[in-house]
Design a protein around this ligand. Structure first.
Ligand SMILES: [Zn+2]
Length: 648
């Protein structure tokens, strides 16, 4: 946790033009700056930075935010990471709240371990290129496998000498502490003797996103029946193999640019693909794919293509990985390599062009892949086929987006010759089971009394008022402090101004209406609070808000990108006009907001009414009908006020 004061200091220091200019060349255009968007490919610049509003906005792809949001997007960092990044850039000391002595020690230890692994990596590289043993054993191995020098340097591969304590001894001589060496897993302590974990192996350092060495994979070169071919660093304070993928540091830029990530199995597969000019590739390095690894990749792209060796046993074991990717709402495609080939061997067998062509041509979606793979085994046995259908349906059921599920159900229906309604039924059944299990796993107060039907309906109602909610927030942010009206105070006869924010807050709270959208609700609550104190928070308060979702929405609403701006582009005077027309625009927006709420409430009552009719509960029916009628009357009044301009 970074404390609020530090966050404010960082936000004040991080001048948006300066921050962005480090990554994107900007040209001054009027009051704003313009450049080529770093988040999508474009030839004419539509990426705008406003120094006065302290926001950026791309009119091509819609990316928007403040300086911290920019760093988050561009460098693929989390919010606290982005803040620390900027703090470092502007020499601001980051004071983190409530760190215990224990936490500080842990942090220091983490840093010491990183120093050691990075030192070790340099030692191993030195051994590989500049020692007789390294050249004749390690480098010879890589040369024999056909790797080029620049690839070896890019991945910082190395060699650990055969002498069993060579590295540990050197590290101790160079002043590194034995207990920390042991904690990195590079050194093994047995009673009073020490050994190197990786002796006689070529070394593949595993980098973090920012290029720090977290751990190693080592491949043995001598045929020793007792030793594992590949050995990994053990889990430590810095190395968690389930959280990192091999090659992400070298691949991150290419993954963003290509908007796709290839997933292979081994270290040398990754390196070989780089040599074949495919740089958007990572390996899950010695584990079956985990959810954390999938999420790491998701920070860069929505699209994963898994390259499988042409060996059916291995494929089946890793099918689970596909579901993990689907569950994250990502798109997964699969390429099966020719029998007996892995990415490393096959990329070396054929030319780069042929290799790329093969991948493009053989890419299939997971349904075709899974069915083709498993269908041959069923031999038309109906029970086995039913099991296969269940298996595929299970994969479809984990996909979060309804549209994607629909596409796959269609495909599944064609490939497996099962009717779509049957598949829908199966998928829905599984999804209901799943949501039931999840509800029971984390009982939240809001989950308990709500009957499932109503819960589903409510989600639909929320979308009804989303735009009118956003419009209210937009008016608050943009014109909150503007004068809307004047009136005479009856008590002292003095004239007083009513601000837009006061008017909106009063109208909405007196009718006890609330916002369904979480972010809109938070912003409104702030306005309400300030308005109660006779204050106005100002748009900067929100653009620089510590909650990145709030700052992003505020920046979006404040950038002139909303429908109105299109008119503004044609008529230079429009913004002025909007500001001059607030006396009409603001009350209209409030009425639209209210009518949307009533429409949603009416729909909800309709559902309850249907249930009451089914149950034959006469009292309930009557109460609900009365409520429905009074809402309709209110809606009719609003509708007349709006001049029948609302669409029901
Ligand atoms: Zn863009």
């Amino acid at each position: 946790m970074i404390d609020r004061q530090t966050i404010d200091r960082i936000l004040d220091a991080a001048e948006i033009v300066e921050v962005i200019q480090e990554f994107v060349p900007l040209k001054k255009r009027g009051v704003n700056y313009l450049g080529l968007c770093p988040f999508h490919n474009e030839k004419t610049p539509s990426f705008t930075v406003s120094p006065s509003k302290e926001i950026f906005k791309c009119f091509g792809c819609g990316k928007v935010g403040n300086s911290v949001n920019f760093i988050m997007e561009h460098e693929h960092l989390t919010y606290p990471e982005a803040l620390k990044y900027l703090a470092k850039r502007y020499h601001i000391e980051v004071i983190e709240k409530e760190r215990s002595q224990e936490e500080i020690e842990k942090e220091n230890e983490r840093e010491s371990l990183l120093v050691i692994t990075n030192y070790a990596s340099r030692q191993f590289t030195e051994n590989l290129f500049n020692s007789d043993e390294g050249i004749s054993v390690g480098l010879a191995y890589f040369k024999e496998r056909g790797f080029r020098q620049n690839t070896l340097k890019k991945f910082e591969v190395g060699y650990s000498f055969e002498q069993r304590d060579s590295f540990s001894k050197k590290a101790l001589e160079d002043g590194y502490r034995q207990d920390l060496l042991v904690k990195t897993g590079l050194t093994i302590q047995h009673e009073d003797r020490i050994f190197d974990r990786f002796s006689g192996r070529v070394m593949f350092p595993i980098h973090s996103l920012s290029g720090q060495v977290l751990g190693f994979g080592g491949r043995i070169l001598k045929a020793e029946p007792k030793s594992a071919k590949y050995l990994n660093s053990p889990e430590s304070e810095i190395y968690h193999k389930s959280r990192i993928v091999y090659g992400i540091y070298q691949a991150r830029k290419a993954i963003t640019l290509e908007d796709r990530c290839y997933l292979v199995e081994g270290y040398t597969d990754v390196m070989s693909l780089h040599e074949a000019n495919i740089e958007n590739v990572v390996a899950s390095s010695g584990t079956s794919l985990t959810q954390e690894q999938v999420r790491l990749i998701k920070r860069f792209t929505q699209n994963i293509t898994i390259l499988y060796d042409g060996d059916p046993a291995g494929i089946k074991a890793s099918l689970r990985g596909i579901d993990l990717v689907l569950e994250e709402g990502m798109n997964v495609r699969i390429v099966l390599l020719p029998e007996g080939e892995d990415p490393d061997s096959y990329s070396k067998k054929v030319s780069n062009e042929e290799f790329s062509k093969y991948i493009k041509e053989k890419e299939t979606d997971f349904i075709r892949f899974k069915t083709q793979l498993l269908l041959s085994e069923t031999n038309n046995d109906p029970t086995l086929k039913a099991n296969l259908i269940k298996d595929v349906v299970k994969s479809i059921a984990v996909i979060p987006e309804a549209i994607t599920r629909t596409v796959y159900i269609k495909e599944c229906s064609t490939v497996m010759e099962v009717s779509e309604p049957v598949l829908y039924q199966e998928v829905n059944k599984l999804r209901q089971q799943k949501s039931f299990q999840e509800r029971n796993k984390y009982p939240g107060p809001e989950d308990l009394p709500v009957p499932p039907v109503q819960a589903i309906k409510q989600v639909q109602y929320k979308t009804i008022s989303f735009y009118s909610e956003k419009e209210i927030i937009r008016l608050l942010l943009k014109y909150g402090s503007n004068e809307l009206d004047r009136r005479i105070n009856i008590e002292d006869g003095r004239e007083e101004a009513i601000a837009v924010s006061d008017y909106i807050v009063k109208e909405i709270t007196s009718d006890e209406l609330s916002f369904d959208d979480r972010i809109c609700a938070k912003i409104f609550a702030d306005f309400r609070f300030y308005s109660g104190q006779g204050l106005f928070p100002g748009d900067k308060h929100f653009v620089k808000h510590e909650d990145p979702e709030i700052s992003r929405l505020s920046a979006d609403l404040l950038s002139d990108s909303h429908e109105l701006s299109r008119i503004w582009k044609n008529k230079q005077t429009f913004v002025e006009t909007e500001e001059m027309k607030l006396r009409e625009i603001v009350p209209d927006a409030v009425l639209k907001f209210k009518s949307d709420k009533i429409i949603a409430a009416r729909k909800e009552i309709m559902t309850l009414l249907e249930e009451a009719v089914k149950e034959g509960d006469k009292d309930k029916i009557q109460t609900l009908q009365q409520r429905y009628n009074s809402l309709s009357t209110a809606l009719g009044q609003i509708s007349r006020q709006l001049g029948n301009r609302i669409l029901l």
